[in-house]
Design a protein around this ligand. Structure first.
Ligand code: SF4
Length: 335
């Protein structure tokens, strides 16, 4: 008999500095966009960062914090303030910062920003470049950011996601609707990825679907309990690394709970969290009974993956305010 699933110690954490973004990518798993907000204050970022480090240390591990969003460069002053405050508080350097590079509009500005990030200890820069981002962000900005970052930081500290697209880019904005959909399908064949958030709504329907029954028994113990990776937003909502919109617990001033306390409660009592318990036991298929009782109808065209099924059911439950402490926040379910 296999051992019951146990919660892994969190060792990699991304702070969502904001849900705001200059883009509104069809693939965005947090549904970032120009009309989003929920910005993380400097004090909250430092508090969560410190608590994350304490949590890992208490379990004999090392925490690696990265900054994400939304677009973390959207408020440059705050991004720098967070890094300065973390450094002044004696916290470890930021592992990486993720960006779509839309801000890299001239060489001088780009180099100056990267030099400051380097001085503040940023280890790596991750630059998005794919068929989805390039509907909104000029390739020229990405190319400039990559070139300047390689000069300032060195090649080994610059990650382009995805490198193959960067080398052979497509101007997505020039495509017809049919070409765009074909490009999206090709991108996902090349880089299979989570189909949650806006991707579940806008991209998954372009892929072949299967009935919900096909995902029966595909449990999510590895993603929810076994993963060492989490993300945290400005409200202190803690999400599994790849499943934004599933709240594992809430840390921060609103609850008075530390990250370590949230982890401990979840480790002890994850079966009491209805969404986590169902997903760990039987995956997204096990969310169906509750949804069906409320009138959920399966998509006639089926679902492209267990995550597509999960996101579609969670959207339905969110809109009916079912388990709001586990299915949220509104930003992750907005249009
Ligand atoms: S089915 Fe849901 S819980 Fe499981 S990995 Fe996908 S998004 Fe996460």
């Amino acid at each position: 008999m296999s051992a019951p699933p146990q919660l892994a110690v969190w060792e990699f954490a991304g702070l969502y500095l904001t849900y705001w973004c200059n883009s509104r990518c069809a693939f965005c798993y947090v549904r970032g966009g120009p009309d989003r907000g929920e910005e993380m204050s400097v004090a909250t970022a430092v508090r969560l960062w410190r608590e994350l480090e304490e949590h890992a240390r208490q379990h004999g591990a090392k925490m690696r914090v990265h900054l994400a969003g939304g677009e973390p460069f959207g408020d440059w002053t705050r991004l720098v303030a967070v890094l300065r405050a973390a450094r002044d508080a004696g916290l470890a350097p930021v592992e990486k910062i993720e960006t779509n590079a839309g801000w890299a509009t001239d060489d001088g500005l780009t180099r100056a920003r990267l030099e400051l990030l380097d001085a503040l200890g940023m280890e790596r820069l991750v630059i998005s470049c794919d068929v989805f981002h390039q509907e909104f962000v000029a390739l020229e900005c990405v190319q400039r950011c990559v070139r300047c970052a390689r000069e300032v930081l060195g090649r080994g500290r610059v990650i382009v996601r995805w490198w193959d697209f960067f080398q052979q880019p497509i101007d997505t904005r020039a495509l017809t609707r049919e070409q765009r959909e074909a490009a999206f399908r090709a991108a996902l064949q090349q880089h299979p990825d989570r189909l949650t958030g806006r991707a579940a709504e806008q991209v998954a329907p372009l892929l072949p679907g299967q009935p919900a029954e096909a995902y029966r028994g595909q449990d999510c113990a590895a993603e929810l309990l076994g993963s060492r990776h989490v993300h945290i937003d400005a409200l202190g909502n803690i999400f599994p690394g790849t499943c934004s919109g599933i709240i594992l617990g809430q840390a921060g001033p609103q609850t008075g709970c530390s990250v370590g306390a949230v982890w401990q409660r979840l480790a002890t009592d994850w079966r009491a969290q209805p969404v986590v318990a169902a997903l760990v036991a039987g995956g997204s298929y096990d969310l169906l009974p509750v949804a069906r009782k409320l009138g959920y109808g399966e998509l006639p065209a089926g679902y492209a993956s267990k995550c597509h099924l999960c996101a579609h059911i969670r959207q339905f439950l969110f809109e009916r305010r079912v388990w709001p402490e586990c299915i949220g926040p509104p930003a992750c379910y907005a249009p």
